[in-house]
Design a binder for this molecule. Structure first.
Ligand code: KIV
Ligand code: ZN
Length: 525
C-alpha cells in the first residue's frame, strides 16, 4: 500500500441485511460456513445478525461471535436499551465485538414510522450511543434513511453521536434513492460541516433499488467514506445491498483511480460467492458481474481471437484474481484422488482428509454415470455433502416409482427413521409428488407444506446431474433442503428429506424469517 493510498474497511452484512431478504434465511451451520469464507476473504467487520429480533437470531449471533477468529463481529440494535443489552450479550465474547445502533433521521421516517419529533430522535440516538459505549469500545451509529434526511439535522446527529462515543458513523442510502454525485457530496458535506467526523470511520451502506448500490458505494469512497457495507452476491432487502465482490474488484482493478486498498484476498471471492448460493439456494444470473457464469466467458469469435492473442484485449481482470482457475484438466472416471482433491482446493473447499475420501467415492460413482465431471458437478457434490448441525433422523434407503400418463403415479419409499427401516407408498400427480406423500407419512409431519420446489441441471448434456432445492414450512418456520443426483426423483427425494430433518429438529424457537427491523418502531423504550 503506497503512502497516499487509503485503507477501506469492508463491513459484510450477508448474515444480517442479506439474510433479511426473502428466501435467504440460513440455519446456524450455514452461517458458520459463510463466516469461515468471510474470514478467509479477510473481511474487517462481519455483521452477524440482529440479536434482539428472535431467540434464534440471538443464538446464532452468539455462536458466530465465539467462532470468529479475527474479524470484528457486530450485532444490529434499534435505539432501545433492551436491544442494546441483547446485542451486547450476543457479541461480548467475540475477540473484537461491535455494537451497531441505528435510528431513522429522515422527516418521512421520523413522522410516519417512528412518530417522534427530530429532537426526540436526536436525544434517543445520543442516549443509546452513550449507553452502548458504556458496554463496548467499538460502537457504530447509523442514521437510517440518511440520504433522504435534511443536511442540518444530519450534521447535528453526527456531531452529537460522535460526542456520545460513536467510533463509526454510517450514512445509509436505505431505499436506494441517491444518485452517485449526491451520495458523494453527502460525505464531503458531513466532513466539511462536522469537524469531528474526520476523527471517526465514516461508512456507506447502499441498497440497489435503482441498480446503483455499487456505483453509490464507490462514489462514497471518493467522497471520503473509509468503510463500505456490502453483501456477498449483493443479496439483501428488496433489490439487495451493494455487492462485496463488485466493490472490491472495482477498487482493485481501478486502483489508480480510487487510490484505495481493501484487505480482501480476492482469490477467495469465487468460493465465498458459491457458498452463499449454496446455503441460500439462490442462483446467480449468468451475466452477474465478477461471479456470474458468463463473467469470464467469451462467446463471440472476434473476442475469442483477441483473448487468445492477449487476454487484456477483452479482460480487465483475470479469472484467477477471483479464484477461478483457467485451463483445468477435465476430470473423469480415470482421475485419481490427488487430482480430485486439488480441484476441490482450487474451487475453494478446505476439507479434512476423511471428508475428501467420502466425496471421492461419490465422485467415482458419478464419473461412472457421466463422461466428464465438471466443476459445477464437483461444487454441487461438495455443497450437498457438507455437514449440517441437524441430526439425520431420516435417511433414504431406496425408492421406486411407477409413472405414466394413463395411471396415477405411485412412489414407494423406504427410509431409515431413527435407525428403523420404514416403507410407505404414496400417490400424487407426478412421481416426485407421490414419493413426497410417502415420505411425509413416514416423517409424521402432516402439517409440513412444500412452499417451493426447484429443479435445475447442474451442467449441460444428456447425462447432467440435477440439483433439487425445496422449502418446506412447518409450525411457522421455513426449512430448506437440497439434493443432487443424475436422477431427478432421487435429487428431489434427498432435498425433501434434508428439509424434513430440519423440521423434525426444530425446537419451538421463534420463526426463522422476521420482519425488517424497526418497522413500526417507536424509538427508545
Ligand atoms: O439500510 C439500512 O439503513 C440499514 C441500517 C439498519 C444500517 O440496514
Ligand atoms: Zn440496509
Amino acid at each position: 500500500m503506497s503512502t497516499n493510498t487509503r485503507r477501506i474497511r469492508i463491513f459484510d452484512s450477508t448474515l444480517r441485511d442479506g439474510e433479511q431478504s426473502p428466501g435467504c434465511s440460513m440455519n446456524l451451520a450455514d452461517k458458520l460456513l459463510v463466516l469461515e469464507h468471510l474470514e478467509a476473504l479477510g473481511v474487517d467487520v462481519i455483521e452477524a445478525g440482529f440479536a434482539a429480533s428472535s431467540p434464534g437470531d440471538f443464538e446464532s449471533v452468539h455462536a458466530l461471535a465465539r467462532a470468529a477468529k479475527r474479524a470484528t463481529i457486530a450485532s444490529l440494535a434499534r435505539c432501545r436499551k433492551s436491544d442494546i443489552d441483547r446485542a451486547w450479550e450476543a457479541v461480548k465474547d467475540a475477540l473484537h465485538p461491535r455494537l451497531h445502533v441505528f435510528i431513522a433521521t429522515s422527516p418521512l421516517h421520523m413522522e410516519c414510522k417512528l412518530r417522534m419529533s427530530p429532537e426526540a430522535v436526536l436525544e434517543s440516538a445520543v442516549e443509546c450511543v452513550r449507553y452502548a459505549r458504556s458496554l463496548c469500545e467499538d460502537v457504530e451509529f447509523s442514521l437510517e434513511d440518511c440520504s433522504r434526511s435534511e443536511r442540518p439535522f444530519i450534521y447535528r446527529v453526527v456531531e452529537a453521536t460522535i460526542a456520545a462515543g460513536a467510533t463509526t458513523v454510517n450514512l445509509p442510502d436505505t431505499v436506494g434513492f441517491a444518485m452517485p454525485e449526491e451520495y458523494e457530496a453527502l460525505f464531503r458535506d458531513v466532513m466539511e460541516n462536522v469537524p469531528s467526523a474526520r476523527g471517526v470511520t465514516l461508512s456507506c451502506h447502499c441498497h440497489n433499488d435503482l441498480g446503483l448500490a455499487v456505483a453509490n458505494s464507490l462514489a462514497a469512497v471518493r467522497g471520503g467514506a473509509t468503510q463500505v457495507e456490502c453483501c456477498l452476491n449483493g443479496i439483501g432487502e428488496r433489490a439487495g445491498n451493494a455487492s462485496l465482490e463488485e466493490i472490491v474488484m472495482a477498487l482493485k482493478t481501478r486502483h489508480a483511480f480510487f487510490a484505495a486498498d481493501t484487505g480482501i484476498d480476492t482469490t477467495r471471492i469465487y468460493a465465498a460467492s458459491k457458498c452463499v448460493c449454496s446455503v441460500t439456494g439462490q442462483k446467480l444470473q449468468a451475466n452477474k458481474a465478477i461471479v456470474g457464469e458468463n463473467a469470464f466467458a467469451h462467446e463471440a469469435g472476434i473476442h475469442q481471437h483477441g483473448v487468445l492473442a492477449n487476454p487484456l484485449t477483452y479482460e480487465i481482470m483475470t479469472p484467477e484474481s477471483i479464484g477461478l482457475p483457467r485451463n483445468k484438466m477435465v476430470l473423469g472416471k480415470h482421475s485419481g484422488r490427488h487430482a480430485f482433491a486439488q480441484r476441490l482446493a482450487d474451487l475453494g473447499f478446505r476439507l479434512e482428509d476423511a471428508r475428501i475420501d467420502e466425496l471421492f467415492a461419490k465422485f467415482k460413482d458419478l464419473a461412472d454415470r457421466k463422461k466428464t465431471v465438471s466443476d459445477a458437478d464437483i461444487e454441487a457434490l461438495a455443497h450437498n455433502a457438507r455437514g449440517t448441525d441437524v441430526p439425520e433422523r431420516l435417511a433414504l434407503d431406496r425408492f421406486s416409482v411407477l409413472a405414466s400418463d394413463v395411471i396415477t403415479p405411485m412412489g414407494t419409499v423406504r427410509l431409515r427413521m431413527d435407525g428403523e427401516l420404514v416403507e410407505k407408498v404414496g400417490t400424487g400427480d407426478g412421481p416426485v409428488n407421490a414419493c413426497y406423500a410417502a415420505i411425509r407419512e413416514i416423517a409424521g409431519l402432516p402439517g409440513a407444506r412444500l412452499e417451493s420446489y426447484n429443479l435445475t441441471a447442474v451442467d449441460g448434456g444428456m447425462d447432467a446431474q440435477c440439483e433439487a432445492t425445496v422449502k418446506v414450512s412447518n409450525n411457522g418456520r421455513t426449512h430448506r433442503g437440497s439434493g443432487v443426483s443424475t436422477d431427478i426423483v432421487e435429487a428431489s427425494i434427498r432435498a425433501y428429506i434434508q428439509a424434513l430433518n430440519s423440521a423434525l429438529a426444530e425446537n419451538g424457537a421463534a420463526p426463522a424469517e422476521f420482519d425488517h427491523p424497526q418497522r413500526g418502531d417507536t424509538g427508545v423504550h
